[in-house]
Design a protein around this ligand. Structure first.
Ligand SMILES: [Zn+2]
Length: 249
């Protein structure tokens, strides 16, 4: 029976049982297993791992475990210093595009509000989500770690927070989205692109008060939803400014 010692760094501890967090984990294996399989057996999806270091050398996911090996596993935000890097995956296409699992509907709307192409349907199955992410180079956002362990997924993020606003902030920090924000350009309902329209062309769709008080309108090119800069626009604008102001935190 062989053993290897794993050290999970920083946010990767979120995936470990409380008693194992921040401490070395002795992993027992009977046959030659890949490091990736061991990492996932211990509960950490491969998509959360940004660097693997074995006995001081950076390695790839397919490296095999060796007896008495010391394995350091690092997340995106805390890469090892002073070690020649080994790139586990290429960066995602930029600007980033997303696909979200069924539990993240409000996060999808908020990402669209900030202008990010975010594919979401509440009936996408796990296999379909993984397939869309891989095929279209979309970053998969999910709170289901077994989904994130699927092999074909390259780019993903496990969303920690419960509240949608906190989730949005988390995603903005993880993917460094702050400079890419182009708010009010995309339909929050269907992910379509908004374009400016003359008031006359949408006037039949407006409530009397909206008709009276607003002059500038945008319409979704996909679902025809009409948008205008009402009171909720100002509230969202303030909220986006707050979000940007908190970026360093
Ligand atoms: Zn739409």
């Amino acid at each position: 029976m062989a053993t290897a010692c794993f050290h999970f760094h920083h946010s990767l501890n979120d995936f470990l049982p409380r008693a194992q967090r921040g401490a070395p984990i002795i992993y027992t294996f009977e046959r030659r297993a890949s490091i990736k399989d061991a990492v996932e057996a211990l509960g950490v999806p491969h998509t959360e791992v940004a660097a693997l270091v074995v006995d001081g050398y950076a390695v790839g996911f397919d490296a095999l475990l060796n007896d008495d090996g010391n394995i350091d596993v690092y997340p995106h935000e805390a890469l090892p210093q002073g070690i020649a890097p080994y790139m586990l995956r290429l960066p995602p296409p930029w600007p980033p595009r997303f696909v979200l699992d069924a539990h993240l509907g409000r996060l999808a709307r908020y990402l669209r509000l900030l202008g990010f192409d975010s594919d979401y349907r509440n009936d996408f199955g796990d296999a379909e989500l993984a397939e869309i992410s891989a095929r279209e180079g979309r970053i998969l956002l999910s709170r289901d770690r077994s989904l994130l362990k699927r092999r074909i997924i390259e780019h993903a993020y496990f969303v920690r927070a419960d509240a949608p606003m906190r989730q949005l902030e988390e995603v903005c920090v993880r993917w460094e989205l702050f400079d890419e924000i182009a708010a009010f350009q995309r339909c929050t309902r269907c992910n379509g692109i908004l374009h400016e329209v003359a008031k006359e062309s949408v006037i039949d769709l407006l409530e009397p008060k909206t008709r009276r008080y607003f002059e500038h309108f945008r319409q979704c090119d996909r679902c025809a939803q009409v948008y205008w800069q009402g009171s909720h626009f100002e509230r969202m604008q303030r909220w986006i400014n707050d979000l940007k102001a908190r970026r360093s935190g």
